[in-house]
Structures are given as structure tokens and as C-alpha cells.
Write a new protein. Structure first.
Length: 248
């Protein structure tokens, strides 16, 4: 039996997230179905994390174990012929039997994209509508950068996690957080050892409140210390979020 690691790219618009759910269209469900057809085995796929409905990925990672003797260099080619066009296998490689896509991960990198449009007619380009969140009020980049610095490091992120997180430990370590701008597009870069449920999108929503001038960047420290979800900003839509890379 060999352990195979897959690097996967997908557009999450029409899917109910990564995790298989009975009667619903999910990334994991489709991949398990197609891989099982190829290997003639019942395949269970381990993902690095459960991206929510509408979230995209350029570097999702998963692994599965198989007795199949299919040549690895051919696996992405064969799978991509069977998969819908919004799911692609970028790479397949043999890894140690102890490798687990989720438990072996050291950190994950997410990007969230915001279109800052000053149009008065709620204009959102049709070819961006599934990939960015649109904000029509001018955003202050430097204020958001300063706010992000309070979030870097190890903290209790209770204030930034939505209900549904069935865990007892709310501490996470943000290794890198930064906001950049190119034209009208803002990119929020977040790297952490792990993320709580909707944590990345709630952080972005809170930073946007700073960028709009609704709260001071100094309030971020108070929000963290409060450990109260009601203190933070809203959770922005899933469509602007991309899982860029998983580090091992």
C-alpha cells in the first residue's frame, strides 16, 4: 500500500465546501468518487482542511492510501480528464506512510481579495463577481496594515471565530499577516498554524472596518482581549477567500 499526496486547485463557487456531505456537491465527494473509479477501491481522502462553501483553492492538499499500481505521473492526467473543469489536480506524489494532509501541516496561507470601487452604481465587473468582495467606501491601506500587527503572533482568537467551532482551545498563531494593494484590488495575506471556523473571513471583515474609518486600528487589541465574537467585524463572504498553500 502506498500513500499518495495530491495538490489540488478548485473554484468553489458551486460547491458546498470541501467536506463530503450526503446529497450535496462537494470537492471531497467528487474526488473520492473519481479516484475510487480509477483504483477500483473505496478511497477515503484526507484533506488539509475543510474550506467552506464558495471558498476557492490554488494549493489544497489531500492524501489517500491505495494498493493500486497506477503510475503516479499519469494520475493527474487521468483524473483531470474525469473531473469537472473547476477541479484540477496539479500534482501527485508518493509520500511516507505517516504523512497526513491535515495533521502533518505546519501552516496554511490564505488570501482574501477585495475590490475597492468608488463607483456610485454598485458596479462589480461580471468576471470578478465570484472571486472578490466589493467595498464601495474608500479604504485606508496604512491603517489596516497597522491593525494587522496586533493580530500577529499567538493569541486567543475567540473574538474572531464564528459559532460552530466545536473545540476547547481557541489559541492560534498567526505567523504572517499583511495587506497590499494593486490598483483597486486589496489582498489580505494570512498565514497561521491553523484557523478557527471562519476566522480568516472575520479578521478581514474587522480590518475592513478599520480601513473604512469605522474603528481605530488600536481597537484590535481590545477586540482580541475581549474574547467576544460580538466585538469584531462581520464575516465577509466566502467568494473572496483562496487557500493558496499548505506548508509541511
Amino acid at each position: 500500500m502506498i500513500n499518495i499526496k495530491l495538490t489540488i486547485e478548485y473554484e468553489g463557487t458551486k460547491y458546498y465546501g470541501w467536506q463530503r456531505q450526503k446529497g450535496l456537491l462537494t470537492i471531497q465527494g467528487i474526488l473520492e468518487e473519481k479516484i475510487s473509479q480509477i483504483t477500483q477501491e473505496k478511497i477515503s481522502l484526507n484533506g488539509s482542511g475543510r474550506t467552506d462553501a464558495g471558498v476557492h483553492a490554488l494549493g489544497q492538499v489531500a492524501n489517500f492510501k491505495t494498493n493500486s499500481s497506477i503510475p503516479l505521473p499519469e494520475l493527474p492526467f487521468i483524473l483531470n480528464r474525469m473531473l469537472p473543469l473547476d477541479i484540477r489536480i496539479k500534482k501527485a506524489e508518493k509520500v511516507d506512510n505517516n504523512f497526513h494532509a491535515r495533521y502533518s501541516a505546519v501552516s496554511k496561507i490564505y488570501h482574501y481579495y477585495v475590490l475597492n470601487s468608488n463607483q456610485n452604481n454598485n458596479y462589480l465587473p461580471i468576471f470578478l463577481r465570484n472571486y472578490v468582495y466589493c467595498v464601495y467606501k474608500n479604504l485606508n491601506l496604512e491603517e489596516m496594515k497597522k491593525a494587522g500587527k496586533f493580530l500577529q503572533g499567538e493569541h486567543d482568537f475567540t473574538s474572531f471565530a464564528c459559532s460552530g467551532s466545536r473545540i476547547s482551545n481557541w489559541e492560534r498563531t498567526i505567523k504572517d499577516i499583511n495587506t497590499t494593494r494593486k490598483g483597486d484590488i486589496f489582498c489580505f495575506h494570512l498565514e497561521a498554524d491553523a484557523f478557527l471556523y471562519k476566522m480568516a473571513r472575520t479578521i478581514v471583515g474587522t480590518l475592513l472596518e478599520v480601513g473604512k474609518g469605522n474603528i481605530s486600528y488600536l481597537e484590535i487589541k481590545k477586540i482580541l482581549e475581549a474574547k467576544n465574537r460580538k466585538m469584531a467585524g462581520k464575516t465577509v463572504p466566502a467568494k473572496g477567500l483562496f487557500l493558496m498553500k499548505v506548508k509541511y
